[in-house]
Design a protein around this ligand. Structure first.
Ligand SMILES: [Fe+2]
Ligand SMILES: [Fe+2]
Length: 194
């Protein structure tokens, strides 16, 4: 049988068409998975660097305070941020990715600077801005968990949601700590938190 004749058979044309549609679907799925994976990696890289900044900022913060329950709690929060950083680093490794070196350096500097300014900026400002930043951290982990869910990484989803829960606890601590302060209404109007 002539090959050109085989090409023209409706059955063969149908198979070709179906095969091409299937390949397109596979390609679309692969691109979607890659995109979601890349989004998850990006957000984890941001969180990894952000946790370093947060931990150093809290180190400066508790060191600037007199012995008190607040000082003890902020010391604990520093330890929880280092724990988050370690766990986020683990998920990056599982995704065959690494922390973003430039972002790490920038956030290391930010954390060190914020930690030092806590000795100069008084009691209220570090408490207020810590709470405001914590409210963003929990949202970041919830977004990362949504990407992990799309990728079917169920252990990662649970871990990220647990970290989001801890960030909410941090936010609540700072929220309760600054509640009733005379500067709060002004700061709330300008920066919109609490
Ligand atoms: Fe954290
Ligand atoms: Fe936190």
């Amino acid at each position: 049988m002539n090959l050109i004749f085989i090409d023209r058979l409706p059955f063969v044309r149908y198979i070709r068409h179906a095969s091409s549609l299937f390949q397109d679907k596979i390609l679309q799925y692969t691109l979607k998975v890659q995109t979601t994976r890349e989004k998850l990696i990006r957000i984890l890289q941001n969180a990894h660097a952000g946790e370093c900044a947060a931990a150093f900022a809290y180190r400066g913060h508790w060191m600037s305070l007199k012995d008190s329950p607040e000082k003890t709690r902020i010391k604990e929060i520093e330890a929880e941020e280092w724990d988050h950083r370690r766990r986020v680093g683990g998920w990056l490794e599982k995704l065959d990715a690494k922390p973003n070196k430039i972002r790490e350096k920038i956030f290391w500097s930010i954390g060190r600077t914020l930690g030092t300014t806590c000795f100069l900026s008084g009691w209220f400002m570090p408490m207020y801005f810590a709470g405001r930043l914590e409210s963003q951290n929990s949202v970041e982990y919830e977004e990362a968990a949504a990407f992990a869910r799309e990728l079917g990484m169920h252990d990662c989803v649970e871990d990220l949601l647990d970290m989001a829960r801890v960030e909410v606890e941090h936010e609540l601590f700072f929220h309760e700590t600054v509640a009733g302060h005379r500067l709060l209404p002004i700061m709330r109007r300008v920066f919109g938190w609490s």
